[in-house]
Design a protein around this ligand. Sequence first.
Ligand SMILES: [Zn+2]
Length: 206
Amino acid sequence: MTEQEGVIQFDLRFRPGAPPPRDAVALLDGWRGVLHRLQLIGRDPARYGGLGFGNVSCRRGSGFIISGTQTGERESLAVDGYCQVTDCDPTVNRVEASGPVRPSSEALTHGAVYRARPQAGCVLHGHSSEIWQRATNLGLAVTDAAVTYGTPAMAAEVARLLDAAGMADSGVFAMGGHEDGVIAFGPDEDTAGGLLVAALACALTA
Ligand SMILES: [Zn+2]
């Protein structure tokens, strides 16, 4: 099956509030800008029904900061395009967040990575047909296409995949049921960003 991009499928408890501090999102937004230039994040009338795609997050406190839903079009988000996820429990499909924007529709997937890998400090989700279509040839792990994202089964599938692929504190994997979807994570923004751009370079070489 193919997921519909941009539709929030979890139980969202959202409180409008102040944006995260600038220094907490500066490097994350810099990497988001790189991914936007590479068209791994964006909005294109010819792709996914014109909905925005791609989102970024970094761990903060007991939760994480994530880009807002339907912000893909913007080159830079500054602080007002991010919110703080204060609680995320993929096993019951629930996200609690506060900030100037609602969290990305894929917040639960980010939460599943943070939950499965306590060392992960940054999760980047981009859309690349080049990486996605060649994922197996590139040696990338791919989540089971039959697992519906935004469900407790998804969190279990992400955890299973990270274990099976031997990804400890960083890695790249493709999302089987989510067209063009690729996720990179690492202890920090530079590691995750570098891995995702390196995967694109490999895909363009393949
Ligand atoms: Zn996506």
